[in-house]
Design a protein around this ligand. Structure first.
Ligand SMILES: [Zn+2]
Ligand SMILES: [Zn+2]
Ligand SMILES: [Zn+2]
Length: 336
């Protein structure tokens, strides 16, 4: 992500700030120009500004595009849910920043609209879970179990599932991956082509997941997959790979804006979407340096993943589809 500065005093400010910490100017992020502006410019802030510190400008309605995409918010009569909702929306705006930067639409050709439901498990009177909320995607609707916003819960899941990395942003990037499979693959009639990279997605999904949870991944998964879960079904491979592609693009973009270039290539403008080989060549020295930095602080690795050739091929295909889509989109705009 790029660096932002206060429009009044030009001091650096952060993407999530509602106020300049130097001159106290009230800040509004304007997604149409991807810049920070002053609330004094007679802008209409998102109606969620007071409640959850959303600093975006309102979209077509009272809410910003990101907040408006949440069709179900957590039950705010339950203690802690306001803070959970706030944390999730903060990460969701980060997600939307990247979707905007990549020119990825939030409505598909057939009218499926990306939207979100943030819900908690329903508890019985004795405090046990009566109904569990499963994080997942269906027809553009992403459901997220809000317990993932609690560090202790999420970390416990991460350890139990043997995952090296688990974050709210990671969940969101994975789940929107399913939406972009619908948009870039299914609705474009590319299922057969996509299968040559990810395998045949027509295999029954439920049975595939059951098999994965019962038997675990194949022993040699790391040779061709980004994570063990990616082996469960081609859709999950797509979503896992998609999330990592967004991690890498976002990471390189942020590094470039902060003047960090361990590859020495001067490369890092990931918004121009080069091929996967170029991306990965710029990413590996950065990830390796960041891993070393984290170890020097006694933290877990920054990027505890390997990117074997088959994963890079899958990413290359995704980059091709994203680029292709952006080109088509621009052609439509130019013709309008
Ligand atoms: Zn300022
Ligand atoms: Zn908002
Ligand atoms: Zn998934």
């Amino acid at each position: 992500m790029k660096l932002f500065s206060c429009p009044a005093c030009h001091q650096q400010t952060f993407f999530r700030n509602t106020v300049c910490l130097n001159c106290q100017t009230a800040l509004v992020y304007d997604p149409s120009i991807m810049e920070m502006r002053s609330l004094d410019e007679d802008l209409t802030p998102c109606a969620n500004r007071e409640m959850i510190a959303c600093n975006w400008q309102a979209g077509n309605g009272a809410l910003c595009e990101s907040c408006a995409a949440t069709t179900m918010i957590p039950d705010l009569t339950i203690e802690g849910n306001l803070a959970r909702w706030m944390r999730i929306e903060t990460e969701k705006r980060n997600l939307y920043y990247r979707l905007h930067a990549l020119g990825l639409p939030r409505v598909s050709k057939s009218g499926k609209r990306l939207h979100f439901k943030f819900m908690g498990d329903r508890l019985a009177e004795d405090g046990t879970v009566a109904e569990m909320v499963l994080t997942g995607h269906m027809d553009g609707e992403i459901t997220l179990n809000i317990a993932e916003a609690d560090d202790d819960v999420r970390e416990a899941h991460r350890v139990a599932m043997h995952e090296p990395y688990r974050t709210l942003l990671g969940h969101l990037r994975h789940e929107v991956g399913h939406f972009y499979w619908e948009l870039l693959v299914r609705e474009e009639g590319r299922e057969e082509e996509c299968a040559t990279y990810f395998g045949d997605a027509r295999q029954p999904y439920g049975a595939a997941l059951q098999r994965h949870y019962a038997d675990g991944p194949p022993e040699d998964w790391a040779l061709s997959y980004i994570s063990p879960y990616a082996t469960a079904h081609p859709w999950e491979d797509w979503a896992e790979t998609w999330a990592h592609l967004l991690h890498i693009i976002a990471g390189l973009d942020t590094a470039r804006h902060n003047g960090i270039d361990p590859s020495g290539t001067g490369f890092g403008n990931a918004n121009h979407l080069p091929d996967a080989e170029t991306l990965v060549a710029a990413w590996l020295p950065l990830a390796s340096a960041m891993n070393a930095m984290n170890r020097s602080m006694g933290l877990n690795d920054f990027y505890p993943f390997a990117l074997p050739q088959p994963v890079q091929r899958k990413m290359d295909y995704m980059l091709h589809l994203i680029r292709n889509h952006a080109t088509l989109h621009q052609a439509v705009l130019a013709g309008a």
